[in-house]
Design a protein around this ligand. Sequence first.
Ligand code: C5J
Length: 226
Amino acid sequence: MESILMIPIPADPGPFPLDPAAVALVVIDMQRDFIEPGGFGASLGNDVTRLGAIVPAVAELIGLFRAKGWPVIHTRESHLPDLSDCPPAKRLRGKPAARIGDPGPMGRILVRGEPGNAIIDACAPIAGEAVIDKPGKGAFYKTNLEALLAQNGIRQLVFAGVTTEVCVQTSMREANDRGYDCLLVEEATESYFAEFKTATLAMIRAQGGIVGWTCTLPALETAVTP
Ligand code: C5J
């Protein structure tokens, strides 16, 4: 049931009816391994500076939710130290300079508890914010996210983070299939490939919002600021 206090957010393909009593921000994988030189993303040959450029926007969005008292949930793509939750297909795919679990400049790559697996300081969780460790690309796969959302009456998810077409899009599709209304904030997500971000934003909002909505950060900020 929708709250009578819904806030219409200018979005694509139409206004997103934000319910302050049922919304949470999900910040996907703002981790050193993806964003800083020497991590997993860089080991795959990617230009990580593209991802670094969105850090201020993601931090601003997190700050907006904190100021409103709306929940902020963080995810980390991470594996157990024995890699028992990392299928060989995932570990062996591609030709990275270093694979998941291998030693890297920031510790073992994508392994839970290693320095490179941490969320970057500018977007770090504060006390009371949930951090979901996920072994897959999607935030719902083999995690307690769905139970956490249900316990807290969350039915709408605003998404940010990296990378747009991989973990962000996979998580949005998982959420969409579970009945959540999903809104992706354009300035607060990025891909190593400009054209993949553009295509992902377009496919999310195509066909009347087949996966969800997209909006700009200023549009969201203005709409929720009295
Ligand atoms: C990737 C992610 N790209 N967080 N992970 O492997 O999108």
